[in-house]
Design a binder for this molecule. Sequence first.
Ligand SMILES: Nc1ncnc2c1ncn2[C@@H]1O[C@H](COP(=O)(O)OP(=O)(O)OP(=O)(O)O)[C@@H](O)[C@H]1O
Length: 308
Amino acid sequence: MEIVFKNVGYTYGLGTPFAFQALRDINVTIPHGSYTAIIGHTGSGKSTITQHLNALMQPTEGQVLIGDKVISAGTKAKDLKAIRQKVGMVFQFPEGQLFEESVIKDVMFGPMNFGDSEEVARQKAEEALEDVGIDPELFERSPFELSGGQMRRVAIAGVIAMKPEVLVLDEPTAGLDPKGRIEMMTMFDELYKKQGLTIVLVTHQMEDVATYANHVIVMDGGTSVKKGTPAEVFADASWLQEHQLSLPDAADFATRLQAQAGKFLWDSADDMPLTVDALADLLMAKFDLPMADAPSNLEKGDQAIDER
Ligand SMILES: Nc1ncnc2c1ncn2[C@@H]1O[C@H](COP(=O)(O)OP(=O)(O)OP(=O)(O)O)[C@@H](O)[C@H]1O
């Protein structure tokens, strides 16, 4: 499902002395089937734009087209239920919203709230819990007996169980350790590939943008200042700096190496290595190193974390 912003603006406290325009002149598209990252420094408007994706907020100016629904100031609440089912939101620290006495009941809550029978809701909940990697042995346990990482997965299963077409993730790995972060991002990537979802990821992690996203929207001062592929958005390091953003570490290293070597290591901006794996490939090729049968950096990193 495609989501289109047409001249969208949003003012908090409209008509009061405390009015603050947080979004202005937004014209962006979240393409159907894309993995879109929304980036931007603190206060640039990411959370505000995100809450327009399932009409939790309605624009005070312009329109948001969510599939075949048009949302503008004053759209009636009765039109919004179908949107809430189609666009699932995972906010920061979603485990804070767990409340039922068992894991399975918590995940069944959403589907039942949208009118599914208990039997259908249970089936959807079991599938969703399997998708997020929760062992069936835990289904009847209290969610509050689980580890923090497991609680977060259960909360995410509660969103996935509603079979959304679009999954919106607002800094979903906040507070996780490096291993938990990689596992969580890998899980979303698998869901994206397996279920044909559209994903919108709000993040401060440029590595995640480079590794998972295929479309990026850059926010600054309440508006979108750039959109494109990760390669297009990361092509200009000084532009990123002006907008208080940075390159992914691999691209930063490669750019410095290129500057120090004083010669081009890649042909066009599209070829700049953005991930550690792409950087490794570039260095292997440039220095004509033989390919060995050794674990990748990522696997070694995982191993090191496991051993700690
Ligand atoms: N409820 C509110 N009332 C008034 N102003 C608000 C409200 N919520 C956010 N703002 C302001 O709107 C602007 C955009 O905030 P928003 O939370 O969307 O930014 P953000 O990019 O998500 O920031 P962060 O990266 O810190 O989460 C900021 O200047 C913020 O202070």
